[in-house]
Design a protein. Sequence first.
Length: 320
Amino acid sequence: MLKDLLFPRGVAVIAGSKKGIELAKVVNRSLEHSYFLGEYSEEVVRQAFKCFDGVILIMSFSGAVRVVCKYSTKKGEDPAVVAVDSSGKFAIPVVNSHWGGNELASLVANSVGGSAILNTQAEEVGIRPLEHLAKLLYAKFEDVGKLAKVYSHVLDGGILCAENFDPPSGFDYVVTRGNCSFTVKLGRGCKEDELCLIPYELFVGVGLKDEARDIEDRVPGILAQYGVPLSRVKGIASIKERAKSVADKLNLPFRLFSVDELNSLDHDCLSPPSDKLREEGIRGVAEASALMMAGKGARLLLRKVKAHDLTVAVAGVVDV
């Protein structure tokens, strides 16, 4: 589940050449929430960097570095990238090690019997990276430039105070009260000694089959499983009227979309529809509903989760 929480938008697997395709398929089958996008091409890599939280490149480390240099845009928004040689001996984080790269390299290495090469100080001293907080709290750092200064304080044995949130498991150096030189704040308006995490406003899309039952309990259960804070969910959306029962139970607004409305959504990061939806001419339900309700500037935060006869996805926007 750690991987799912760190990679809610999923992990893309790309083969750098035909030689790496078989290993790429093995890696893809061994990981949950992963998607084999095929052999390397500019279009495939561009989609992976834009739409996924993690990218596994089956190619040499130097080749992966060149890919990252070409497609990387902004720290904290780019995916964690791991390079794996075509024989599967080594899995090496290329960029964004603290944003899940180290965990992803370890998962890949374990899945193919290789070794993960990790080289970050936080892992060396045994602390959970601060960057994980952004993932777990469904938020984004207001100023990632402050991370280095805060890390220096923590690595010297200092503690951080949490404001407006309870520290998740594993962050022993983040406390709810104490004598702190720095504060991690869930909210805006940071002072010099504060590190702000801006929370996303969250919107949930629901897709369901006619036989789906007990959705009022199951949908919140799935959201809880992926750490989605219900207190920040602003609405529920679907093409099925029955999904309104979830919104009613959570006392949230409900938005009913038509097939034509969802099909009109122009978004590069939608997952491929099921065979059934494709037959009915529907591009997707859960992800498209969440994004449509979230509105302009929305980001897909949780790629659709399949639970037998229903799917759930989460989109978010930062209130500017």
